[in-house]
Design a protein around this ligand. Sequence first.
Ligand SMILES: O=C(O)CCC(=O)C(=O)O
Length: 267
Amino acid sequence: MAIPSFSADAPMAELGDALDEAGCLVVTDALDEHGRDRIRKELAPHMEVVRVAETDSPEDFYPGRTRRSSALIARSDTVGDITLDPHTTALCDRFLTPNSEFGYQLHVTAALEVGPGAREQVLHREEDSFTFFPPPRPNMILASMWAVTDFRADNGGTLLVPGSHKWPAEREAQPDEVLSAEMPAGSVLYWLGGLLHGAGANTSNDWRYGVILTYSLGWLRQEENQYLDVPPEVAANLRPELQKMIGYGMYRALGFSLDRRVGVRPD
Ligand SMILES: O=C(O)CCC(=O)C(=O)O
């Protein structure tokens, strides 16, 4: 099974059908060069101070020779903009809302650079924290990866196992089932939380740069602690849709704060 690829003006229903079948999807021409430059510039002070490990052990979840930074909503207005991208929200509406009728939320934000010499990351599923449900699980997470640079098979492009979102837990991916999500800078890759994936090895001389934004059902614990990474004084300056998306809202009775008046009705 191949990784489906569409341009940003393709009908949403076709994108959604392709994602449903393959568990992954590339949308090209989603972020122009100006937007990519702004992301790099806004995140540069945070990426520059990340210590790059030269060595790692095969069990480490994060391979050496990679650079990672999170708390992106507090650090980059442009990441805030793409968080609310209409393709993403349409896909969340289709894949998450049926299991979360009062809304979904931002789950993880991270800028991920894969440097020359980095090894492959272990294949995993975004939903693996939710062990209560055995795979194949109900849809709980939608992931997106924004390509700030080109993603290629030789520079650490994300590895995906199309179709594996429908597999039982015991089925392992064979080498010929693992594909590299090659895509030009400005594309966005989507995958469902049940899909096996991981960062590829980088055998080139270039750094691969991506921004991962994942979304989860509104009643789940978020993987990144947004309340620490985007504390109230920072969240106060965000637009209301983004405040709600990072978790400063309520899901039925979940998430109230009487002191901060979240969830308090005017009457
Ligand atoms: O960097 C990538 O391509 C994938 C990263 C990933 O899956 C992770 O860090 O959990």
